[in-house]
Structure formats: structure tokens, C-alpha cells
Ligand binder design. Structure first.
Ligand code: IYR
Length: 230
């Protein structure tokens, strides 16, 4: 007999789920090809100003918002900005924070660690990239009757969503950079976000400037990042 297409648990409907099942050979090939494709992703700091349709950004955000989250609260808001005046304001305020970071707040060791990546306090990409996606985490929600309820595992949830967003951007042949102009409180003010939202990450999205160069760095190999218990 066919299993039912839905069942009820705790009074809630559960629908049947089917994973795509691959042969062992396909499984090995697919996982290898995915790794090789993902391993081509690089953080890019030099953007082209070539425009990107809003529909693409909508699809990228929809992809990110498929991420798992604590109790399925989806504790995130993705603010997508193409408005030039807003981008200029964000750049100006980010550079104020970054100047303080580079000149006063970051340790010598931290700045030494960043030397191979050629970062500095100037953030032209905030104006040049056609879109900025600023990811806000929702610390709590306002339920009916105006009660506040804290969300669960907010940092874990939003971190996963950002990872999926970065992968979606790579899949579209576009580039991004994980930018954290800390402290990031100014972003909520500029974008007039409600009290329950905190800026988590800023991702410029666009095409790379041509030619583009990225640091000649390698990734840790498997034995440095994985331990198997068989
Ligand atoms: N937020 C600064 C500094 C910075 C910090 C780390 I850790 C990086 O990996 C890169 C940069 C900036 O954006 O320049």
C-alpha cells in the first residue's frame, strides 16, 4: 500500500518528503563537482558598476531565506539597496567607523593578519556595487497583543542564511564580500529598521571589476579541518 501523503503529529500536518536518491557513482561525482564549483568562490573587493536586475536580487534573497532556523522563526530581514544616495550615506558612515577601527580600535596583530588581504579604511565598493544587501537579525518578534518573544539560535540561523546567500550569489556568476563595518548600529538608523533588528552583515553584490585580482591564498586541506571517527 502507498504510504499516506500526509500525517498528523501534535495536531500539525506533516507532508511526505522525498530526497533525490543517486547511485554511489553519481553521489561521489555530484559532491565532488559541487565542492570544485564552491571552491572557485572568492571574496572580491573591486566591483563593476554594471547593473543587476532587481529580480535577480529577489531570487538571491529567496534562496537565502530557505535556510533552516531556530523553531523556523526565520529571524532575518534582508535590506537590498540600489538607491545611490543611500549607498553614499552608508559608505560615508562605514568609513567613519573603519577609520576608527584601523587607526585606533584594531590591534597591531590584527592589522598584520589583514595585510595579505589588502584591506583598508576606504570602502568605494559601497557606492560602486549596484546592490548592497544588509542582513539584519531579528532578536525578538512582536507577537499578537504586542508581546515580545525572543527568537532562538539567532546567530546560528542567520549565519547559515548568509552562507546560503553567498552560495546563491556565486551560483549567479556574481561576487560579494562579507563586510562588517563595526560597530554596525548606524545601518539600522540609516535604513530606519525597527527596534528588534540588528545589522549582522553587509554584502555588496555585483560583477567583478575587470581585471580583478584576489589574494593568492590557499584553503586549509581536509586533514586540517576534519576529523573522522569511523
Ligand atoms: N572591518 C574591517 C576590518 C576587517 C576585519 C576582518 I577579521 C577582515 O577579514 C577584513 C577586514 C574592514 O572591512 O576593512
Amino acid at each position: 500500500m502507498e504510504p499516506p501523503s500526509s500525517i498528523t503529529i501534535n495536531g500539525y500536518k506533516h507532508v511526505s518528503y522525498h530526497a533525490d536518491i543517486f547511485s554511489k557513482e553519481e553521489l561521489i561525482l555530484k559532491s565532488k563537482l559541487f565542492y570544485e564549483w564552491l571552491n572557485k568562490r572568492r571574496s572580491v573587493r573591486d566591483f563593476s558598476d554594471k547593473s543587476i536586475p532587481k529580480e535577480v536580487i529577489e531570487n538571491l534573497i529567496k534562496s537565502a531565506s530557505t535556510a533552516p532556523s531556530g523553531a523556523h522563526k526565520q529571524p532575518w530581514t534582508f535590506c537590498a539597496i540600489s538607491n545611490p544616495a543611500l549607498k553614499t550615506q552608508i559608505r560615508e558612515e562605514a568609513e567613519v567607523e573603519e577609520k576608527a577601527n584601523y587607526e585606533n580600535r584594531m590591534s597591531k596583530r590584527w592589522k598584520k593578519d589583514l595585510e595579505p588581504l589588502a584591506t583598508n579604511m576606504n570602502k568605494p565598493f559601497l557606492e560602486i556595487a549596484p546592490w548592497l544587501i544588509i542582513v539584519f537579525k531579528k532578536i525578538y518578534e512582536f507577537e499578537e497583543k504586542g508581546e515580545k518573544h525572543n527568537n532562538y539560535y539567532v546567530n546560528e540561523s542567520i549565519g547559515i542564511a548568509c552562507g546560503m546567500l553567498i552560495s546563491a550569489i556565486h551560483n549567479a556568476g556574481l561576487v560579494t564580500l562579507t563586510h562588517t563595518p563595526s560597530p554596525m548600529g548606524f545601518l539600522a538608523n540609516i535604513l530606519k529598521r525597527p527596534d528588534n533588528e540588528r545589522a549582522f552583515l553587509l554584502l555588496p553584490v555585483g560583477y567583478p571589476k575587470l581585471p580583478t585580482y584576489v589574494p593568492d591564498i590557499t584553503r586549509k586541506n581536509l586533514s586540517e579541518v576534519a576529523v573522522f571517527y569511523e
